[in-house]
Ligand binder design. Structure first.
Ligand code: 1GP
Length: 253
């Protein structure tokens, strides 16, 4: 029970922060998928998120199995929709899109998904998903039909995060959206981290080791990167990005 969550917290405590690789399986071919999972595992990533805003092909479960067989790190569902649930994963980020006011993404999909989560025995990690304005409209903004938090209003993100903590959620996910023009501002990460005692995940539009490190320095417990590796298949780049999320390890930049 809560094994994946405990594992993530332990990694964060030991390494200073953690690195999660987001995989949108539709963006990789079979050998590319296996390669990036094996490389990330070898380079010390802390887990994999699988998901995206668009529907995957009907091979979703096969993709999850393929990832599981290439790594012993936690494989965590990051569903853009309640159909993205697989019995082969270890856990699920049970996301509530708290920054929005669309009931389907606050509770609707959760009710649809709950029986599968129970039947599959997936570990559920209740997570407040806060979408932050990041330039051009992102897929998650469009698909969820919600308004993101203005990027110059860190105090709005902080009060949403506080409400999440009082609702009993386990983590906060500050999301700029996959492939975002601009990542979540450091001032916002910092204020959210000062306001709540929950682990804060930051993702969306992070493309450099410096950007990874500046989110960690602002207080992020976990940094998520996905898009950057879909467009740049470079093992050394992947390694540098992972190292940047681990300030307590000797290899860190
Ligand atoms: C998206 O936060 C994740 O949900 C990661 O974003 O794909 O832009 O790295 P990128």
């Amino acid at each position: 029970k809560n094994q994946v969550f405990e594992k993530l917290l332990a990694a964060k405590a030991r390494k200073g922060a953690g690195f999660l690789l987001l995989i949108d399986p539709d963006k990789y071919d079979a050998s590319g998928l296996e390669q990036v999972v094996k490389n990330a595992t070898a380079f010390g990533a802390d887990g994999f998120l699988i998901g995206g805003s668009l529907l995957f092909s009907n091979r979703f479960d096969a993709y999850v199995q393929q990832i599981k067989s290439a790594t012993d790190l936690p494989v965590i569902l990051f569903p853009g929709h309640s159909v993205q649930i697989s019995p082969s994963a270890d856990a699920i980020l049970f996301l509530s899109l708290l920054s929005g006011r669309n009931p389907e993404f606050l509770i609707g999909h959760h009710v649809t998904a709950a029986p599968s989560i129970k039947a599959f025995g997936l570990e559920s990690m209740p997570t407040a998903y806060l979408l932050v304005e990041s330039g051009r409209k992102t897929a998650v903004e469009f698909m969820s039909n919600t308004e993101p938090i203005p990027r110059h209003k860190p105090e709005l993100a902080a009060v949403h995060a506080l409400a999440a903590e009082y609702l009993g959620m386990k983590m906060i996910y500050l999301e700029a959206g996959s492939g975002a023009d601009e990542s979540v501002p450091e001032e916002m990460v910092e204020l959210v981290c000062q306001t709540v005692s929950l682990p804060v995940i930051v993702g969306g539009g992070i493309r450099s080791a410096q950007a990874v490190r500046s989110k960690v320095d602002a207080g992020a417990s976990f940094v998520v990167v996905g898009n950057a590796f879909e467009t740049r298949n470079d093992a050394n780049y992947l390694k540098t990005m992972i190292d940047a999320a681990h300030p307590n390890l000797p290899k860190a930049i």
